[in-house]
Structure formats: C-alpha cells, structure tokens
Design a protein around this ligand. Structure first.
Ligand code: WTA
Length: 651
C-alpha cells in the first residue's frame, strides 16, 4: 500500500453531542464519578495505564475460582492474561446468576421466523447446558476436545457452545450459511470429535435442510465420531445409525447438574475461522478469562447495559459478533437478549420494527448493510411501529457511510439515541475503537479507542500519522486478543506482527483526525468485506479454479450501494471452452457450493489472460483500477500489459 494510494474519506464536520441527563445516568459516567475522573479526556489519560485499568475492571466484571498470580505475561506476540488463575467463562455466564434473583430473569427471547416464541430464563439455560454437557461427556468428549457446531439462530446454539465450555471442550461454530464443503474444511482442520447440528431451519418462508448439508461434509470427516441433531422443523432427515443421535433423546435422562470444569484462565474457549489474504481460513483461538473480561466490559460501557434492558444484537451467532455479543457478554452481564431466526424482511420489510415494538427492545446492534437495506425500503415501514423504547443503537462490520448513519439516527433512533460505531475484528474478540455513551459523535467515525485500548495509525515506515490514511495498529495487548492461529503459529506471527515490531497490524486503512477520532476506510489487504462479512479474494479464486473448466481467476471487490462491496471475478477458461450465459450461472453456483451463498460472485467476466508480474503473480490491484475506470499506473513491468486492456473490454 503506498501512501498516495490511500484515499482519505470525505471530511465529515457534523458533531452530535449526547444529552446531559442521559450522560449523567450512564454506567461509564457513574464509574468516572466514583473514581474522581472529571471528563472524557481525563478518562483516556488515566487509562493509558492499561495494566492498572484492566486489573481494576477485572475485579468488577469477572469472578475467578482462584486468584491470578500475575496480570499479564507478554512475550511478544504471545500473551497470557491472569496467569495462574482458575476460571471458566460459564461460571460468569450462568452459574453465578442462578444463585441470585436473576435465576428467574429471562436470558433469551427467541422468535422463530414463522412467529413461534420461546423464552428461556437463566435457570432454563443453566439446566439445558448442564444436561447437554453431561451428554457430551457420555459421548466421550473431554477437556481440550473440539466440537464442530453447524447451527442456525436457535437458542440451542448458545446452549451447545456453553455446554462445550462448561466441560473444557473447545467449540468451533461454522456459520449455517456456509456450504457443506466450507464446513468440512473447518471441522477437518480442527479435528472435531463431535458435530452438533439440526434437521433444518426457516429462512424467507422456506426450510433449509441443514442436516443434509452436514452429511455431505461428514462423508469426508474422519475425526467425527458422533453427530447430535436438534429437531427444529420435524421433517425427516438422512440418518447414519450408530453415529447420529437426536438431541432430545440424548439429553432425555441426563442429570440436571453438572460441575463446571475449573480451567486455567488461558485455556482455549473456542476457535472461529476467518478469511485471510492467502490459503485457507485461519482458526482464530480465543481463551476463557481475557475474552470474558473484554467482551463483558465493552458491552457494559459502550451500550450502557441496565438490568431492565432488552438487548438485540441482530448478527448471526456463526460470526464473532454473535459469539461475543449474543452469547457471552450479555450472559455475563445478566442481560435479556432477543434471538431472531429468520430473514430481516420476511414476511415484510418491517419484521425488525415489529420485533422491537413487541419486546420493547432498548438497544439494537446491526450492520451498515442492514441499515442500507431498510433505507431502501423507506421510513414508512419504520413509522408503522412504536420504537420509543430504543435507548442506544450500534453498528459493526464495515464502515458506515454518513448517509446511512443519519438515516439510522433520525428514523430508528428518533434523534434520541447515541450511535455506537464499533470497530473490532474476529481477532480482537471485542470492541476496540468505539464511542462511549458520553462521547460526542461524528457520523462515519468509530471515534476513539476504548479505555484500556491503545490504537494508532502508522505509515508504512512505522511513523504515527495524523490526517492521512495509514495502517490501523494496536500498540498494547488487550484481554480478548487472539492467542494464535490453530496449528499455524508462523502464520499468526507473519500476518499480524511482522510489519511493525511488537505492534499488531489490523489490516485496515484508517485516518485519524485532529480530535484523535478514527475513520476506518476498509481493508488494506486482499480481503473483501461483503455485507460486513470477510471473504478472502484468494478463497473465491480457488473456488472458481476448482471448476474443471476454469484455468485462472482473479477476484476483486467493487463498491456496492447496499453490500459495501460486491464480488467481481475475471475468469480464463481452459483451452477452447466457450463462454456462455449458462456457464456464468454454473460458475456462480459452483462458488456457492464450495463456499456458501454469500461468496457467489455478482459479476463474472470472461477474458483470455490476466495481468501478471514477471514472476507470475496476478495483479489484482491493476485489475481493480481498470475495472473501476481508474488510473492503472505504470504497467510496463508486467509480463503481459496487453491483458490490462482486455479487462476494460471484458464480456
Ligand atoms: C471491518 C467483525 C469499519 C474491518 C466484528 C475489520 C469495520 C473487519 C467496523 C473485521 C467498523 C468491522 N467500521 N470497518 N465499525 N467493524 N469492520 O473479523 O475491515 O468479521 O478488519 O469482525 O471488518 O471483520 P470480522
């Protein structure tokens, strides 16, 4: 990335200050009052002593079985937090609550797409988790074993995750929208012993038969000994006797109590696979105690969680957002959460607004893509509903354009709600750069690093820059930080720690303004952000090339008004093959089968050659510039400069 190439986002001058009476009652303001901190600047200043801060906050947020001997061991880039402590996240998420009045508080309100509703109190979740945890043990799952989970938005998904955590097993959830093959790759990489899935689920009025998809993956997954199937639709499913077992049969007479395993604070809690620039998705490792603290603190301070709140994080649990802010953080804080199974616009474009009205939702956390979708339908759909219970709104996954921000602020928040534009990643585990409820907002900016977090913007020489695009970096360790990439320590070091010594490279182009506000502009590397989801260009290329007719492929992202970025691919066919409309469709479906529907290219162009360097590397950047009608720069060093012309004329 050259500095000249980094475009600087338009200058947004508007500032929205939170109302004083709102500020006064926030959790963060009360914390500041208690600690004699007078204003935001002083808060940031004081918390530059991050060790002091995390030590203090950990005492307020989480409960260890036995105390730690050392706050942190930082052997760059390997970290351990709360060294020597015994801990399990399930203690904070469930066990501690059932000993208090929260035992009978609702933890999850589940609404199925067809309209069916189920409510789970903390005690209900606790009992279900215990029963499943005992059943997993009966199947031979032990501490450290991996369990692959392929489930949609059902309350049984958090229950399954917590049951694994309870006994010290490591869950690896795969988004239910990913294809069989994507699921297969992931369970093989982590060598899952058991898989948990369901017969099917509802999406846009139709049933998706997930067990059938899981079975395709399981044809070649030798490590998997048993498959637990939750019954959602009740339709018949293919069955492998001896391997498959119904969830309800398995837990039928399982004991209702199960001792929570007292783990080392740094034992792994889960792996979650995410896209990188090269090769296969990376299995990001997160550990129990640091992750628990980081997620709980950030949710509490940023969204100002109160006991009366009805929290709705509308992400999918299959992504990090759902892991952290549907499952773990809300439970640790004893919050009531909404889980909705289906499509946002089914049966009508006001399904979400209906849900907010029905359950008196107080905070909505979603992605700019969803906001733009609702913007397209128009505010008439919003106005049909009473959304006056909303207190705080949130956005995540991609830069939010100021227009979408303003629409969200005006029509959903009724100009009354702070908008939390939270920047973070699968790797960071929790929010890193985000407003607090007391922060003056600028539309399109995630504002400043949260207390305890140190972020900066560096040019390629590693010098901090202001008012210019550069590399977003994190300069001190944080509790929820990833503990590596499963089975690939070298890739961990190379991806995040090689560019600047001892400094974490996030991979996002960012600008910092005079007020220290961060403006995240998008990925600096070859990773696409489609509807807030990370997809590696190289993964889509491999999927295309795995089709027998394709010789070579290059994938680029184009700006898209709804999805942020759309996937555009240039394909070279093997000798003599004819480019046809049918073939275009077939290749699209092929990528869908390989990876999942979200990775299907929006555009497929056929060309006879792709621009390459003399060493044979495909020049995505040149292709992208040409495709967008921008200056392609000096192409004289390419081995085939004429291929650039063809990109412009591709059919
Ligand atoms: C992008 C999702 C701008 C960014 C939690 C990051 C954002 C990647 C924001 C991580 C935001 C996330 N503003 N960009 N508020 N939040 N991103 O791992 O490019 O699925 O690196 O985690 O999403 O995506 P991931």
């Amino acid at each position: 990335m050259s500095e000249e190439n980094i475009s600087v986002l338009l200058e947004e001058k508007r500032v929205f200050k939170p109302k004083e009476d709102f500020v006064r009652q926030t959790n963060v303001q009360k914390w500041m009052d208690k600690n004699n901190i007078k204003n935001l600047d002083e808060l940031y200043k004081k918390t530059e002593d991050w060790k002091w801060f995390w030590e203090k906050i950990s005492k307020e947020m989480i409960e260890f079985y036995s105390p730690y001997k050392k706050l942190i061991e930082w052997d760059v880039p390997w970290v351990k937090w709360f060294v020597g402590a015994k801990y399990n996240i399930v203690h904070d998420a469930l066990d501690k609550h059932v000993k208090t009045w929260r035992k009978n508080k609702v933890a999850f309100i589940f609404e199925g797409e067809p309209g069916d509703v189920r409510k789970f109190t903390y005690n209900d979740v606790y009992i279900e988790v215990n029963k499943l945890a005992n059943s997993l043990k009966k199947l031979g799952v032990k501490k450290g074993d991996r369990v692959g989970i392929y489930m949609p938005m059902l309350p049984e998904l958090p229950i399954a995750m917590l049951a694994c955590a309870k006994i010290g097993a490591i869950h690896s959830v795969v988004f239910s929208g990913f294809s069989s093959l994507a699921f297969r790759d992931r369970i093989n990489d982590c060598e899952a012993k058991v898989v948990i899935t369901c017969d099917g689920f509802w999406r846009r009025g139709k049933k998706v038969y997930l067990k059938e998809q899981a079975d395709v993956a399981l044809e070649k997954a030798p490590s998997v000994k048993n498959v637990i199937v939750y019954k959602r639709t009740g339709d018949g499913v293919p069955w492998t006797a001896g391997r498959d077992v119904w969830w309800h049969d398995l837990i039928f007479d399982a004991p209702k109590q199960c001792k929570t395993e007292e783990l080392d604070a740094n034992d792994p809690l889960f792996f979650l696979y995410t896209s990188g620039t090269t090769g296969k998705p990376k299995g990001i490792i997160h550990a129990h105690a640091g992750y628990a603290l980081g997620t709980a603190y950030t949710l509490d301070w940023t969204f100002d969680i109160k006991d009366e709140d009805i929290w709705w994080c509308a992400a999918d649990i299959g992504w990090i957002t759902g892991h952290s802010y549907i499952v773990y953080a809300p439970l640790i804080l004893g919050t009531t959460s909404v889980i909705y199974e289906g499509a946002p616009n089914f049966p009508g474009p006001d399904r979400w607004w209906e849900i907010i009205e029905k359950y008196n939702v107080t905070s909505l956390y979603t992605s700019p893509t969803s906001i733009r979708l609702f913007m397209k339908y128009g505010e008439e759909w919003v106005k049909k509903h009473d959304l006056s219970t909303l207190r705080i709104l949130g956005s995540v996954g991609e830069p939010i354009n100021p227009e979408a921000w303003m629409w969200y602020y005006k029509y959903i928040g009724n100009e009354n709600c702070q908008i939390m534009d939270t920047w973070w990643q699968t790797e960071t585990g929790h929010f890193m750069i985000s407003p607090l409820p007391i922060t003056p907002l600028k539309p399109g900016s995630a504002t400043r690093p949260l207390p305890g977090i140190s972020a900066d913007v560096y040019n390629d020489k590693g010098e901090p820059v202001i008012n210019a695009g550069g590399n977003l970096v994190l300069t001190t360790p944080w509790p929820g930080m990833l503990r590596g990439i499963y089975k690939n320590p070298d890739r961990y070091v190379e991806t995040y720690w090689n560019k600047f010594e001892g400094i974490y490279l996030a991979g996002d182009v960012t600008r910092k303004d005079d007020d220290n506000y961060f403006w995240i502009q998008g990925r600096a590397d070859d990773v696409l952000n489609v509807s807030g989801h990370r997809i590696g260009n190289s993964e889509v290329e491999s999927a295309l090339v795995s089709h027998p007719i394709v010789a070579e492929a290059a994938v680029i992202g184009k700006p898209h008004s709804l999805k942020g970025e759309s996937i555009t691919s240039y394909v070279v066919l093997k000798g003599g093959a004819n480019p046809t409309e049918e073939l275009r469709k077939e290749l699209r479906e092929h990528v869908g089968n390989e990876m999942g529907k979200i990775a299907r290219p929006d555009e497929i162009w056929f060309v006879t050659d792709l621009p390459k360097t003399r060493s044979g590397k495909i020049m995505r950047r040149v292709i992208r510039s040409k495709a967008l009608g921008k200056n392609v720069g000096d192409i004289s060093t390419l081995s085939n400069p004429e291929a650039v012309e063809e990109i412009g004329n591709a059919k």
